[in-house]
Design a protein around this ligand. Structure first.
Ligand code: SF4
Ligand code: SF4
Ligand code: FES
Length: 325
């Protein structure tokens, strides 16, 4: 099995594992950010370049370093490979450049954007971005488009990660194309507008790393950090029925799929659960959702800490032994 070392931590992985997957197996801060890769969507990755890493040793057989940063989500591990992410200042500088590019045309919408507080781009800019844009040209402008009755597209916020296109193609039941044109005139195409009537189309909202695809049943109802996220489930014939309810008092403001530690949907949910079941009585509530401390949502979220249990049964023996010594 090939062995790879990332920021000084080694792991053996199976053939065909990418650097990003290996980093996720190790876990912690060494995992590169990923704005377009999605482990459950085939052919995702390779679009955004946020996951770049520095390969300082190609492999045991060919130890030459790779001449420039590589996308970790698309680069397969070789035996003996050595990789730097957080330990390479020049790589972090290059990632800043990637973030600056992603933000070139991005609007300053955070105060009015439904994604604020749970936006991967916001977090990425906070960690790697510049305080100020150097871009002096006019930013791209697009009309807001209704994609079906429950989803709105703000193309100005889109980073063309293709995740929604992959969902439309692989999770929804009819084929849908997504991006038309190339370069700075590329946009999510209106073909997708026509196709998004599938039972699972709402999942494009959850995979979108920014606020480009928003839930029309939730838009402008609340800042996300004022809501209380609760795990809930119901018997559903179309999906697992396992969701998160974003509540305020007795109101269910939004229903979304559950996401893992990397922000990826654990199980796709259907539109009926997402858009039509907005009463608490529709659901069996399991309890508060665990919220990462890094998220602004945690500012309004309280969890009962587990009682720390200390075993004092052998304390007397320890005390006596300490005394005798
Ligand atoms: S998508 Fe993210 S970065 Fe862009 S305006 Fe919305 S919250 Fe801000
Ligand atoms: S709309 Fe969202 S998911 Fe789709 S390509 Fe743009 S950023 Fe990605
Ligand atoms: S996550 Fe690797 S290129 Fe986007």
């Amino acid at each position: 099995m090939p062995k790879v070392t990332i920021d000084g931590q080694s792991i053996e992985v199976s053939e065909g594992t990418t650097i990003l997957q290996a980093a996720r197996m190790i876990g912690g801060d060494i995992v590169p950010p990923a704005m377009c890769y999605y482990s459950t969507l085939k052919t995702s990755g390779g679009y955004c370049r946020t996951c770049i890493v520095k390969v300082t040793k190609g492999s045991e057989k060919d130890p030459r370093p790779m001449p420039k940063p590589v996308a970790s989500c698309r680069t397969t591990v070789m035996d003996g490979m050595e990789v730097q992410n957080t330990t390479a200042p020049d790589l972090l500088e290059a990632r800043k450049g990637v973030v600056e590019f992603l933000l070139l045309n991005h609007p300053l919408d955070c105060p009015v954007c439904d994604q604020a507080g749970e936006c991967d781009l916001q977090n990425l800019s906070y960690q790697h971005g510049l305080a100020k844009s150097r871009y002096e040209f006019k930013r791209r402008e697009f009309e807001k488009i209704d994609i079906g009755e429950n989803i709105k597209l703000h193309m100005t916020r889109c980073i063309l990660c293709y995740r929604c296109v992959k969902v439309a193609d692989q999770v929804c039941d009819s084929r849908a194309h997504g991006v038309i044109n190339r370069g700075d005139v590329a946009e999510i195409s209106t073909y997708i507008e026509k196709s998004l009537d599938s039972d699972f189309s709402g999942n494009v909202i959850d995979v979108c790393p920014v606020g480009a695809l928003t839930d029309r049943t939730f838009r402008f109802k609340s800042r996300v950090w004022f809501t209380n996220p609760m795990n809930a489930h119901r018997n559903c014939t179309k999906c697992s029925g396992k969701t998160v309810l974003w509540t305020s008092g007795d109101d269910v403001l939004r229903v979304s799929a559950r996401k893992d530690v990397y922000g990826e949907v654990e199980e796709w949910i259907c539109n009926e659960c997402r858009f039509e079941k907005k009463e608490k009585s529709d659901w069996t509530i399991e309890g508060p959702r665990h919220i990462d401390r890094k998220s602004v949502i945690s500012a309004n979220h309280y969890e009962v800490k587990k009682q720390l249990k200390i075993d004092v049964s052998n304390q007397k023996a320890i005390d006596e032994s300490a005394h005798n010594n």
